[in-house]
Design a protein around this ligand. Structure first.
Ligand SMILES: Cc1cc2nc3c(=O)[nH]c(=O)nc-3n(C[C@H](O)[C@H](O)[C@H](O)COP(=O)(O)OP(=O)(O)OC[C@H]3O[C@@H](n4cnc5c(N)ncnc54)[C@H](O)[C@@H]3O)c2cc1C
Length: 292
């Protein structure tokens, strides 16, 4: 349980961190909250020669409104996301999702950027980020680019981030009118990670017709995904219990469902349907101003 030797750097500015990352290439790893990287290093599943601690950078931890969107710095902890008044008011799905992560210690140290960059298949944020159609900003020593959430997750613990890039910001839009969102999760009892986690965002017309719907699912496949089959079955239809139950059955359609010591393939598939229905019911009730 002792990591391999490494050289520790604690840059003071983002520019310095990016220069170090560029210089050391594949041999370097960024350290944020350390709640995923350090366990991997202790198990020697990761053995970077250079650890670049971005925990001391000023200015990467914030939640603020920018040009109509809500911008969240990569080093913002899960606890800060959970407690943010701005998010609770304008994008409560993220705060609700953060509250479901691990335990108090994990939420106090773990960061939004670290969770997304790590891309654990059982992490919670990816589901919400997909359902919110968020944008992810990544910078390197020459500039920055914006990656749509739908393109960010590539495979198991693999994202669109390139060597030398640091995820700096996540941007989400405030929820629109008559729109509700919810996160429903089946926890793995020991770690708290998601066996299944479903984030739903639904816009409902006055008539009860579903005008728009986005569903992100984590825990089920090797990466989080949009449940497009469920979305297609709901869009333009009147939201009733029978429709929701039938549509939710397609939650794992087209996905190679994981099977491990925590949950078999069949159980996960079944739970994906159950938790998709629950997330949809809560999101729709909220869109209609009912108690959920
Ligand atoms: C006991 C326990 C329970 C947990 N339960 C849950 C849970 O229920 N749900 C959940 O979602 N997660 C859970 N986690 C994981 C936790 O949320 C982590 O904090 C998170 O996955 C990683 O964030 P971090 O800031 O700690 O990143 P780190 O561990 O510091 O880094 C993780 C990886 O991302 C890279 N990285 C970090 N930040 C950046 C950046 N800004 N740009 C580019 N690369 C970066 C690192 O190089 C590393 O490869 C749990 C962890 C523990 C230890």
């Amino acid at each position: 349980m002792i990591p391999a030797n490494f050289e520790y750097h604690a840059p003071k500015t983002l520019e310095e961190a990016l220069r170090l990352l560029e210089r050391h290439g594949d041999e370097a790893k960024v350290l944020a909250g350390g709640h995923s990287l350090l366990p991997l290093m202790k198990l020697r599943l990761a053995a970077p020669r250079f650890v670049i601690d971005i925990g001391r950078l000023r200015g990467l931890s914030y939640i603020r409104e920018e040009e109509g969107a809500i911008a969240i710095g990569a080093m913002t902890t899960h606890a800060d996301v959970e407690a943010s008044e701005l998010l609770r008011l304008k994008c409560p799905l993220l705060a609700e999702t953060a509250a479901e992560i691990g335990d108090v210690q994990v939420r106090n140290r773990g960061t939004l950027g670290g969770s997304l960059a790590h891309a654990d298949p059982a992490a919670d944020y990816p589901a919400a980020i997909l359902a919110l159609d968020a944008e992810i900003v990544a910078g390197n020593s020459t500039g920055a680019r914006t990656i749509p959430a739908a393109e960010f997750f590539v495979d198991l613990m693999t994202t669109q981030l390139r060597p030398g890039e640091i995820l700096t910001q996540v941007r989400v839009a405030p929820l629109g009118p008559r729109t509700g969102a919810a996160y429903a999760k089946l926890h793995q009892p020991a770690s708290g990670f998601a066996i299944v986690g479903v984030a739903a965002r639904v816009a409902v017309e006055r008539s009860g017709k579903i005008a728009d719907v986005a569903i992100g699912i984590t825990g089920v496949g090797s990466k989080a995904y949009r449940a497009t089959a469920v979305e297609g079955a709901l869009r333009g239809k009147k939201a009733d219990a029978k429709l929701l139950t039938a549509a939710a059955q397609q939650a794992a359609r087209g996905v190679e469902v994981l099977s491990d010591i925590h949950a078999s393939r069949d159980y996960r598939r079944e739970m994906a349907a159950v938790f998709t229905r629950r997330a949809l019911e809560r999101a729709i009730a909220r869109a209609q101003g009912r108690k959920a």
